[in-house]
Design a protein around this ligand. Structure first.
Ligand SMILES: [Zn+2]
Length: 145
């Protein structure tokens, strides 16, 4: 297409740069790890997972000057929380690993794995239903079928 990934990145204005990470950190905004390339972890070798998880965390810590203890798995699918991915995340001192699925965290698969639930644009009075009831229903539904 006559362009490079770097040119698209610069021209799109969609991605954070080094200065942005430093600025966010100076505003006391916590930086989390979401991997280098946003790929499906299930398709990666242990060496590639090292880059995506361990090196990504180290780079973010270097750039932000703050600890980066959280990993949000790209696409958040449990299938990408492979044994090798979890080993790399835990070995590199991630304290919490986030998935989507919006299930109840009462039934999370390990003490350091959490399901994210997005409240979206829910009205305040709907939050208990969206954040407590629906996650429980999703968990139970997962047991039944
Ligand atoms: Zn993502």
């Amino acid at each position: 297409m006559g362009t490079t990934e770097a040119e698209i990145r610069r021209g799109s204005n969609l991605f954070l740069g080094t200065a942005d990470i430093k600025a966010l950190s100076s505003m006391r905004i916590e930086i989390g790890n979401h991997s280098m390339g946003h790929t499906f972890f299930r398709s990666l070798s242990p060496t590639e997972l090292e880059t995506e998880i361990v090196e990504s965390r180290a780079l973010l810590e270097y750039l932000s000057g703050q600890p980066v203890p959280y990993l949000s798995i790209p696409y958040g699918n449990m299938l990408d929380a492979t044994g090798n991915a979890l080993t790399a995340a835990r070995r590199s001192k991630h304290k919490a690993i986030f998935l989507v699925h919006a299930k109840s965290n009462r039934f999370r698969p390990a003490s350091d794995i959490f399901y994210r639930v997005s409240p979206g644009a829910a009205a305040l009075e709907d939050l208990p239903f969206k954040l407590r009831v629906m996650p429980m229903i999703r968990s139970v539904r997962g047991w039944v079928w």
